[in-house]
Design a protein around this ligand. Structure first.
Ligand SMILES: C[S@@+](CC[C@H](N)C(=O)[O-])C[C@H]1O[C@@H](n2cnc3c(N)ncnc32)[C@H](O)[C@@H]1O
Length: 378
């Protein structure tokens, strides 16, 4: 069977993390762009990135890419694509769109041109004028960037960040995909001690537990492409069964989460339970000021409050003082802090961060400050 081109969509800044994940899943011929990674796969492999990708938002099937400066270009070239290979006679499809720096700036007009072109193609193929739209669902996206149109069909559906475990979120909860990326960017391994002293709804630690136990993050999610006849239903069954077999049920984890707000501690516990990792994480109410750490080695991953969302300067200052007191001299601890506060490295006196990665959290520019600690002897 011919290989298809799939596109893993991600938050800006996470491309290398998604690339690493895809390589680890065995995909090759990767092409990295801003906000997405393209890769080759067979139709029956579509379940794998959907079940397993931790840091990507969704997986799209690429139908084609071409220059489109006029509606006629868009119509003709869209119609020329093999839609009938994917959309069944009963298929129900919608078209979404976006346009950036392109001559065809009206997204609504582009969407309706694409819809018309696909309908025309299907009419010719199925020799019918009427489509019942009672079958599988397809979301087509037309995306124009600098006059290049990219046409895709979404294989995922509601989004890979909706893992389904977050019953309660905090005011400033991280997306699950972002939290997973923060853990993947640290050198966390399942035998290491990891704490999040301002854990909010527990997302970072829950993602760490899923990683440590090798639990496919979307094992219990359903996907838009599950109804598509081109992917054999056994491919879904087998991928899910293999994922179940891959779970590490033996390891003992050392994950600790604290928050000053008792509601957040309750939310974290409920979310961890829903994710099936409540026995792996110890959550407690604790002000970071009172946190006492006596282990020589460990990892901290956290995103403290920062001015633009919650918390005021006084509160943030107290947190920085506490982090300094705890970790300035603890060279066996790696410290990873995600914050929109660009002054953080001035206040955290451990020295210059070893690495700073620019990311976007809910469309706000943030930095991931990384201070590497010594590792325990093997
Ligand atoms: C940006 S939120 C963390 C969100 C979290 N990563 C998540 O995904 O839900 C910051 C958290 O810090 C907590 N916090 C603020 N001041 C604190 C303090 N002094 N000690 C411990 N936690 C504190 C807040 O209650 C809030 O839940």
């Amino acid at each position: 069977m011919n290989k298809l081109t799939l596109i893993a969509i991600n938050t800006f800044g996470l491309e290398t993390v998604v690339k690493r994940e895809l390589l680890a899943l065995g995909f090759e011929d990767l092409k990295v762009f801003n906000g997405r990674v393209e890769f080759q796969a067979e139709a029956d492999q579509i379940p794998i990135p959907n079940l397993w990708l931790r840091s990507a938002d969704r997986v799209l099937l690429k139908m084609g890419e071409f220059e489109a400066k006029t509606f006629e270009d868009l119509f003709e070239q869209t119609k020329a694509l093999p839609w009938e290979e994917w959309i069944t006679r009963e298929g129900e499809f919608t078209v979404t769109g976006k346009s950036v720096k392109s001559t065809l700036g009206s997204v609504r007009a582009c969407q309706s041109i694409v819809k018309k072109a696909v309908v025309e193609k299907l009419k010719e193929k199925y020799q019918t004028e009427v489509f019942p739209e009672t079958g599988p669902k397809y979301t087509i996206q037309v995306s124009l960037l600098q006059d290049t149109a990219s046409l895709t069909i979404d294989t995922t559906g509601q989004g890979l960040n909706r893992r389904g475990y977050r019953k309660q979120a905090g005011e400033a909860s991280l997306k699950e995909t972002m939290a997973a990326a923060l853990v993947l960017l640290s050198f966390y391994k399942k035998d290491r001690l990891l704490i999040d002293p301002m854990c909010g709804s527990g997302t970072i630690l829950i993602e760490a537990a899923l990683i440590a136990r090798n639990i496919a993050p979307n094992l219990y999610t359903s996907f838009a492409s599950e109804e598509w006849p081109q992917i054999h239903s056994e491919a879904w069954t087998q991928a899910r069964e293999a994922a179940r077999q891959a779970i590490d049920r033996q390891s003992e984890l050392q994950l600790f989460g604290y928050d000053i707000d008792p509601d957040m501690v309750r939310a974290s516990k409920a979310n961890a339970k829903a994710a099936g990792v409540d026995k792996d994480i110890h959550f407690a109410q604790q002000d970071v000021k009172n946190l006492w750490i006596d282990q020589q080695y460990g990892i901290v991953i956290s995103n403290p409050p920062y001015g633009m969302k919650i918390g005021d300067f006084q509160q943030i200052n107290q947190i920085y003082i506490a982090l300094n007191k705890m970790f300035r001299k603890k060279t066996g601890w790696s410290v990873y802090i995600l914050t929109g506060d660009k002054k953080f490295p001035d206040y955290f006196k451990r020295g210059k961060p070893d690495r700073v990665r620019k990311l976007f959290n809910a469309n706000i520019e943030v930095n991931y400050y990384q201070y590497f600690g010594e590792r325990p002897a093997a």
